[in-house]
Design a protein around this ligand. Structure first.
Ligand code: DAH
Length: 334
């Protein structure tokens, strides 16, 4: 054979360069590469045919074809780089953020009304020198009832009122925060002054004023020569901090097994009425004794505040269910 026709080489060159230039994307470019540089491309066939040529012709034609392959390979590479750049530019343009647009306003959350009121109540007593104590919501009947002087046959201990976790083992969901008083007295000697905020549970059906889960803040002070006057002064400070500086308190005789005497505490309203807000009393000597405190040396007062009740009175909430429904329109009002 006599070598190869330079006109053929020129045609392959033009066709290859044109194909690479025309390739509009990566797929088209790959197709062009296979067609012009691939194993089955005409250039490959010519190179395979070189072996049949004379030595001189083979050298000349081989150089020519190698040059063509190098040129086409470079053209392919140039096009590949150009397409990649264009693709990146297109992506950047498509994913561009318009930072001049109006910002979306975040809607900040806030503590629930009950959480706010509970914190405020605790704050008032913290300001008076009370520490904060905590106790479990799943409680021993012994702490929830017995050590508080609530006898075994007391109606509050029945399943109608108390939610039992394990009746045989006498484990209950605490029905009030008063067991934290007991735990406090058992844990450390007097003088003691604590408030105990937390959830309590009763076997109550839900209606406008009842919820099986609600919140109390218990208070306990044990020291020397504590009198009902100290209790009254403390509760007056509480009433004025929570409801307004002109409020008065009124103590009405009542009964709780763990206090003697006991009182229902009313707070005056702006229009001359009274609202029942909490229960209180002087810690019953039997409770002090049961908790290892000598009632001849020490005396104390205690009180139990319903947080839902304070929140409802102060903010005019008529239905306790509003405090638990989670309706964003209600929650956003506080
Ligand atoms: N434990 C009572 C209740 O849940 C509230 C209470 C009343 C607590 C008088 C006290 C108290 O500490 O002295 O109804």
């Amino acid at each position: 054979m006599e070598g190869i026709d330079p006109a053929d080489v020129a045609r392959l060159r033009e066709a290859g360069l044109a194909a690479f230039t025309a390739a509009a994307d990566a797929d088209a470019l790959e197709e062009a590469r296979v067609a012009h540089l691939g194993r089955k491309a005409p250039l490959g066939a010519l190179q395979k045919g070189l072996g049949a040529l004379d030595a001189d012709a083979r050298r000349a034609a081989g150089a020519l074809l190698n040059e063509l392959r190098a040129e086409l390979t470079a053209a392919h590479e140039d096009r590949r780089v150009a397409l990649e750049g264009a693709e990146l530019a297109a992506r950047l343009a498509a994913e561009r953020l318009d930072l001049t647009g109006p910002a979306r306003r975040p809607r900040p959350g806030r503590p629930h009304l009950l959480t706010q009121v509970e914190a405020e109540i605790v704050d008032v007593f913290a300001g008076l020198g009370f520490a904060v104590a905590d106790g479990p919501e799943v409680e021993a009947g012994r702490y929830n009832f017995d050590l508080l002087n609530i006898p075994p046959d007391h109606p509050a201990r029945g399943t109608m009122d108390t939610i039992y976790v394990d009746e045989a083992a006498d484990v209950v969901l605490r029905t009030h925060t008063s067991p934290v008083q007991v735990r406090t007295m058992l844990a450390a000697p007097p003088p003691l002054a604590v408030v105990c905020p937390g959830r309590v549970y009763r076997a109550d059906a839900v209606d406008a004023t009842h919820s099986p889960v609600f919140t109390q803040v218990e208070g306990l002070l044990v020291a020397q020569d504590v009198t009902m006057a100290h209790l009254r002064g403390t509760l007056l400070a509480f009433a004025r901090a929570m409801f307004g500086p002109d409020r008065e308190v009124r103590l009405r005789p009542s009964f709780f097994p763990f206090t003697e005497p006991s009182a229902e505490v009313d707070v005056s309203t702006e229009d001359g009425g009274w609202l029942e807000v909490l229960g209180a009393g002087m810690v019953d000597p039997a409770v002090l004794t049961a908790c290892g405190i000598d009632p001849d040396r020490w005396s104390g007062f205690a009180f139990g505040i319903g947080v839902e009740r304070v929140a409802m009175l102060r903010h005019g909430v008529r239905d306790i269910r509003d405090l638990f429904d989670g309706d964003a329109r209600f929650l956003a009002a506080f």
